[in-house]
Every structure is written in C-alpha cells, then in structure tokens.
Write a protein that binds this ligand. Structure first.
Ligand code: AMP
Length: 289
C-alpha cells in the first residue's frame, strides 16, 4: 500500500501519538529522498523490527554550504513513494523548508538553535564540509523530536554521520536506539548514493575506483602493512590509477573515535572521499575483512 504522505509537523505528531497510545513501536529512517535500495534496506530493517514505519524526505538546507548541490539535489517523490510502498512504509513525512524552519531571523537559514558536536564533526568530511555535520545533527535531532521513534535506522555508508548521531543521542540522552545498517552496493561495488545520478557515463564507470581503493587498503593490511600512513598511501596510489578520479582524503581511523590509531588494529576502519568530476563520493570499510 502507498504510504500516507504527511507534510505538517502537527499532523504527523498526532497520527503517531495515536499509535503510541496503542503501545505500537515506531521505526524511523530519515532521508533526503531520491531513494534507492540502500534506503530500502533501512526501511526493510525498520519494517522487520517495529510496528509503525516512518520515512522522512527532507533536503536540509542547513547541511549544505554555499556552492554545494542544494539546488540541484535530485528529487522524484512519485518514485520515492513507490519504493517506500514496496517496503510497506506507513508514513512518508515530507515537510517543506518553511515547515521545518519557520522562524524568520537575521540569519539566512532562519535558525537560532543548532547542535554542535566537538572533535568528531571537525575531522575528515568535516574538514571538507565545515558546517555539514552541525546542520545534519540539528535536523536529525529535530526529526527525532517530531517523530519520537523507538529505533532509528542509518546507513554505515555515511560512517562519520552514524558516529556523530550515536554520540549526539548519548550526550543529549535522546530516547532512541540508533541502528546502523550495512552499505548496499551496485553489482560492480559502487556504494549506492542519490548523488551517483550526477555522474556522466564515463565517471560512473570510473567510480568503481572508490571501492577498489578500499580493497587496496585492505590488501595492504592483509600483507602486513600496519602503519596507517602506508595504508593511506596504498589507497591514494590506487585512486591515482584512474584519471577521472581525484582523492579528497583517505584515512585509517578508530571506528568509535574516528581518530587515526598508531597502528592498524581490529577496531580500525578505512574511510575515503573521492571526486569524480564535480561529484564527491564517500565510502568506507573495516580494516580487516
Ligand atoms: P541520504 O538520503 O543520502 O541522506 O541517506 C539517508 C540514509 O540512507 C542515511 O542513513 C544513509 O547512510 C543511508 N544510505 C545511503 N546510501 C546507502 C547505501 N548505499 N547503503 C546503506 N545505507 C545508505
């Protein structure tokens, strides 16, 4: 059945309050839309584990910097609704920007309150996108307050985002269980992403280098390279073999703190961000298979 589309905060609250009165649990998957099987896997996990499944579609201006792809971010609400229906999502929450950020203030984004996460948000993606994680955390905390889920489902594809959300939920005692779900990939290994639609056919072919560079990092570890610098070099060397790709960063990090360890170990994780033309793609994997 096609999910009910709800655009207003008060309307979704009152619908979900009715479910809560019946002791039904609510599962939630926040998204920016243009849904693919990666999003579908989060919805499927929510469907399997909770009584009422809510997905949101909101392209959050707060998490885009000037010059990023806010105005061109792809959207297809009919297709999204069909994919959500396939996963038996009950409600699609699709608020407008004015619904989410109605306050007119002297600040362009209309918001006076925001969430800051120290340390975790400053490194890796945070260096390339300094305001991104604060904007993301602000909207996710707002969505948690609107939806009131028992469990919320996020993809490991956005590894740093997931670490930040877990930290925010713990630090602010938000009553939700955060569930991380494995990365869903195309047949050739490229991690599914709404932004893959920006790639030209040549860039799309070249984009397999992203996953292959992580494979090279894992292979270096497998063959005994335990120095994070050496592993990063192996990833960077692989990226260099693809003329259409440009490395933004590669890193070996602890999977909780996202700090680079002195030596690669069982809790180490590999992160990479790569430009294919103007499109920036991210991917990650554990250090050990
Ligand atoms: P987005 O719409 O890109 O903001 O993503 C919404 C949610 O879907 C986030 O929790 C993402 O981590 C997750 N997600 C996106 N792509 C994938 C993927 N390929 N596999 C698993 N989860 C994903």
């Amino acid at each position: 059945m096609v999910p009910s589309q709800v655009n207003e905060i008060e309307a979704i609250r009152s619908l979900l309050d009715n479910h809560r009165r019946n002791d039904e649990t609510i599962g939630f998957t926040p998204t920016m839309g243009y849904l693919h099987a990666g999003h579908g896997s989060l919805m499927a996990a929510a469907r399997a584990e909770t009584d009422v499944v809510v997905a949101s579609i909101f392209v959050n201006p707060l998490q885009f910097a000037a010059g990023e792809d806010l105005s061109s971010y792809p959207s297809d609400i009919d297709r999204d609704s069909a994919l959500a229906a396939e996963h038996s999502v009950d409600y699609l929450f699709v608020p407008s920007v004015a619904e989410m950020y109605p306050k007119s203030s002297s600040h362009d984004d209309g918001v006076l309150t925001s969430i800051q996460i120290r340390d975790l948000a400053d490194r890796w993606d945070g260096e390339s996108r300094p305001t991104h994680f604060s904007g993301m955390a602000t909207v996710v905390s707002k969505l948690f307050n609107i939806i009131g889920p028992c469990r919320a489902y996020f993809g490991e594809k956005d590894f740093q985002q997931l670490a930040i959300i877990r930290t925010m939920v713990q630090d602010l005692s938000i009553p939700v269980e955060v569930v991380g779900c494995p990365i869903v990939r195309e047949a050739d290994g490229l991690a599914m992403s709404s932004r893959n639609s920006y790639l030209s056919p040549a860039e799309r072919q070249a984009a397999t280098i992203v996953r292959r560079s992580l494979d090279a990092g894992q292979a270096a570890i497998q063959s005994g390279s335990l120095s994070p610098g050496g592993v990063v070099d192996a990833i960077a060397e692989m990226i260099k073999t693809e003329p259409l790709a440009k490395l933004d960063y590669a890193a070996v990090v602890d999977n909780q703190t996202l700090v680079t360890p002195n030596e690669v170990g069982p809790s180490s994780h590999l992160l990479v961000a790569v430009y294919l033309g103007k499109t920036r793609l991210i991917d990650n994997c554990p250090a050990y298979l």
